[in-house]
Design a protein around this ligand. Structure first.
Ligand code: UT7
Length: 323
C-alpha cells in the first residue's frame, strides 16, 4: 500500500460583478478586439467594495466541503495560496479557519503568485505523505483588482478576482501511476527575473503598490517553461502527454495555453479553458478551472490531469494528479 493525497471535494466562488471587455473601452484606450485577440479574455469578475480575499476563500471552501460531504472539523490543515491577503498579518488562511468555525488544525498562507496553487498542492501532498495531516483544504483566492494600475492599459484589462478550493485526503493506493491522487510534482523559481512581474510596493516600503509586468518577457518565459515543467512532472510519474485526459493550465493568456498544449501534443479539446470568463485570477485560476471543469462534466473520476502555472518570481511548476 502507498499513501496518496486524493481529491475528495472541489468548489469555487466568483464575485457577482462581471465586467465585459467593452466596459474598458470607455475608461482607457483599448478595444474588445485587442483584448480578445491578444489574451483570449472576454470578461472577468471583480470583488464588491469591501469584499476580501478571505471572504471569497471561505465561500469556495464551503462549496468544496459540501462537495466532499465533510464538515470543517474534518479538516486538519488549510493552505491558502494568495498574493492579495486581507491584512499584512494574520494570514488570510487563519481568517478562513475562523469563518468556518474550525476548532483545531492549522492554517497558513503560501505566496508564489500565479504559481501559488501548484506550490500549495505540492506542499499539501508532502504534508499528507509525511503523516502531518490527513485532510488538507487547499485554496487559491485573489483580489488582484486591488493592485491593478487602472491607468496601465497593458495590465488592467488582464486580471480578475475569484477563489477555488480543493480538499485532499490521505487514501491508500497501489503505488502505481494508475492510483488516484497526486502522482508527481515539479516546482521551480528563478529570482533573477523579479523585474518581469512584480508589485512596486509592500510592507517594508510602506506602500501597497501596483502590479507591473513586462508582458512580452513573461510571455516568452511562459511559452518555454510551462511545457518543460509539465513534461518533467509527467516523466517523474512515469507518464507521457499521451496519457493526459485534461491539461488544466494557469489561465493567463489563450495564446500561451495554445502554445503549451501544442508543445505537449495535446489538442485544445483536452484543455480546460476558463480564461475567457475569468481573466487571469493568479493563484485562483487553476482551482477555479478544476471546479468549473468538473461542473461542466468535463473532469471525471479517474481522469489524468496535468496542471501547470507560471508567475511572479519567476516561479513555475506542474502537478500531475489522477482525479
Ligand atoms: O499570470 C502571470 C503570467 N502572466 C502572463 O502569462 C502574461 C504574459 N503576457 C501576455 O499575456 C501578453 O504579453 C500580453 C497580453 C500582456 C500582451 O500581448 P503582446 O502580444 O505581448 O502585446 P505587447 O505588449 O507587445 O503590445 C502590443 C501593442 C503595443 O503597441 P505598439 O508598441 O506595438 O504600438 C501596446 O502598446 O499593443 C499595445 N497595447 C494595447 N492596445 C490596446 C497594450 N495593451 C493594450 C490594450 N489595448 N489594453
Amino acid at each position: 500500500m502507498t499513501k496518496r493525497a486524493v481529491v475528495r471535494g472541489v468548489g469555487h466562488y466568483l464575485p457577482e460583478r462581471i465586467v465585459e471587455n467593452a466596459e474598458f473601452e470607455a475608461m482607457i484606450d483599448t478595444s474588445d478586439e485587442w483584448i480578445r485577440t491578444r489574451s483570449g479574455i472576454e470578461r472577468r469578475h471583480f470583488a464588491a467594495e469591501g469584499q476580501t480575499t478571505s471572504d471569497m476563500a471561505t465561500r469556495a471552501a464551503r462549496a468544496a466541503l459540501a462537495d466532499a460531504g465533510l464538515v470543517p472539523d474534518d479538516i486538519d490543515a488549510i493552505i491558502l495560496a494568495t498574493s492579495t491577503a486581507d491584512l499584512t498579518f494574520p494570514s488570510a488562511a487563519t481568517m478562513v479557519q475562523a469563518n468556518l468555525g474550525m476548532s483545531g488544525g492549522f492554517a497558513f498562507d503560501l505566496q508564489a503568485v500565479c504559481a501559488g496553487f501548484v506550490f500549495a498542492l505540492s506542499n499539501a501532498n508532502a504534508m499528507i505523505l509525511s503523516g502531518q495531516a490527513n485532510r488538507v483544504l487547499v485554496i487559491g483566492a485573489e483580489t488582484f483588482s486591488r493592485i491593478i494600475d487602472w491607468n496601465d492599459r497593458s495590465t488592467c484589462v488582464l486580471f480578475g478576482d475569484g477563489a477555488g478550493a480543493l480538499i485532499l485526503e490521505a487514501q491508500d493506493g497501489q503505488g502505481s501511476n494508475a492510483d488516484r491522487g497526486i502522482l508527481a510534482t515539479d516546482l521551480n523559481s528563478d529570482g533573477q527575473y523579479k523585474d518581469a512581474l512584480y508589485v512596486d510596493g509592500g510592507v517594508s516600503t510602506q506602500t501597497t503598490g501596483h502590479l507591473r509586468m513586462q508582458g512580452k518577457e513573461v510571455f516568452r518565459h511562459a511559452v518555454e517553461k510551462l511545457a518543460q515543467t509539465a513534461h518533467r512532472a509527467l516523466d517523474k510519474a512515469g507518464l507521457s502527454p499521451a496519457d493526459v485526459d485534461w491539461m488544466v493550465p494557469h489561465q493567463a493568456n489563450l495564446r500561451i495555453i495554445r502554445s503549451t498544449a501544442q508543445k505537449m501534443g495535446l489538442p485544445l479539446s483536452k484543455v480546460i479553458l476558463t480564461v475567457q470568463d475569468h481573466g487571469n485570477t493568479s493563484a485562483a485560476s487553476i482551482p477555479l478551472a478544476l471546479s468549473v471543469g468538473k461542473e461542466r462534466g468535463q473532469i471525471k473520476q479517474g481522469d489524468l490531469l496535468a496542471t501547470e502555472a507560471i508567475g511572479g518570481g519567476l516561479a513555475w511548476g506542474s502537478v500531475i494528479l489522477r482525479w
